[in-house]
Design a protein around this ligand. Structure first.
Ligand code: 13P
Length: 284
């Protein structure tokens, strides 16, 4: 099966009140772990690729790996640019074979964010590619983007609704209190904002910063209208902890396969538990 746009599965997720996971791809082992978990549970999913990860893996390898996963699994898989910073980078990804892009104009003024997102939607739609927009700024650190708590602004429901109406995005990330990276305590998620926006627009709300959010809060977010949840850090932690343990156990290891195999298995377990929690098992 070829890579698909998020519109192949997000409308179904919204109607069925479950969420599809965006699992970020950082290298081959991440990609393999994510697709293996999804095959076991027969779930659609999204490979998220940040600009930093794109630089690290190279755009050709990224697309080839995702296409191989789609072909091997037969699952509906979207390859999605995460937090795209410009029209140009979004177009570069689409030309290379991405089936979905996020344009993150949250650092611009509200009107400018609408204007720029509309341009991306117009071009992407013509090519059958789905688009995610962002409103409000999500805190935490992801690659080169760092937003401290003080500057993380929650989205205003009226603005989010107008943003959707003017841009026609296929899903909308709104800042509701989660952050990229692990949390020191528990996040303070504003379920009322999710609900107010989700009720008023036909597309799903996206929850960024899915790592470390307690299961109960994830369930409540989905019930309130979240249909796409992003997870990266939990896989990074599982991968690195597993490698560290393997190297600490045997200082003589030199074959990367000896520590990357258990690291991949650890990530499979993380992704399986998220797919089950999000409710997307058997929805492929
Ligand atoms: P975490 O790294 O906190 O899971 O967030 C991932 C994310 O939101 C990617 O956009």
């Amino acid at each position: 099966m070829a890579l698909v746009s998020m519109n192949d599965f997000l409308p179904k997720a919204k109607a069925g009140k479950y969420a599809v996971g965006q699992f970020n791809m950082n290298n081959l082992e991440f990609a393999q772990a994510i697709v293996e978990a999804a095959i076991e549970l027969n779930s659609p999913f999204i490979y998220g690729v940040s600009e930093g990860a794109l630089k690290y893996m190279g755009i050709e390898f990224t697309v080839a790996i995702a296409e191989a996963a789609a072909k091997k699994s037969g699952l509906p898989i979207a390859l999605h640019l995460d937090h795209g910073s410009s029209f140009e980078v979004a177009m570069k990804c689409i030309r290379a074979g991405f089936s979905s892009v996020m344009f993150d104009g949250s650092h611009y003024s509200f009107e400018e964010n609408i204007r720029l997102t509309k341009e991306v939607v117009k071009a992407a739609r013509a090519m059958g590619v789905s688009v995610e927009g962002e409103l409000g700024t999500i805190g935490g650190v992801e690659d080169d983007i760092s937003v401290d708590e003080e500057h993380a602004n929650l989205a205003k429901p009226e603005e989010a609704i107008r943003f959707y109406e003017e841009t026609g995005v296929d899903c909308l990330a709104i800042a509701v209190g989660t952050a990229h990276g692990m949390y020191a305590g528990e996040p303070n998620i504003h379920f009322d904002i999710i609900e107010a926006v989700s009720k008023a627009i036909p597309v799903p709300v996206v929850l960024h910063g899915g790592s470390g959010v307690p299961d109960e809060m994830i369930r409540k977010s989905i019930a309130a209208g979240v249909g796409k949840i992003n997870v990266n850090t939990e896989n990074q932690v599982a991968c690195t902890e597993s490698i560290r343990a393997a190297l600490n156990k045997d200082a003589k290891i030199y074959d990367p396969r000896k520590y990357l195999t258990p690291a991949r298995s650890a990530m499979i377990e993380v992704v399986k538990s998220k797919i089950q929690l999000f409710g997307s098992s058997n929805q492929a």
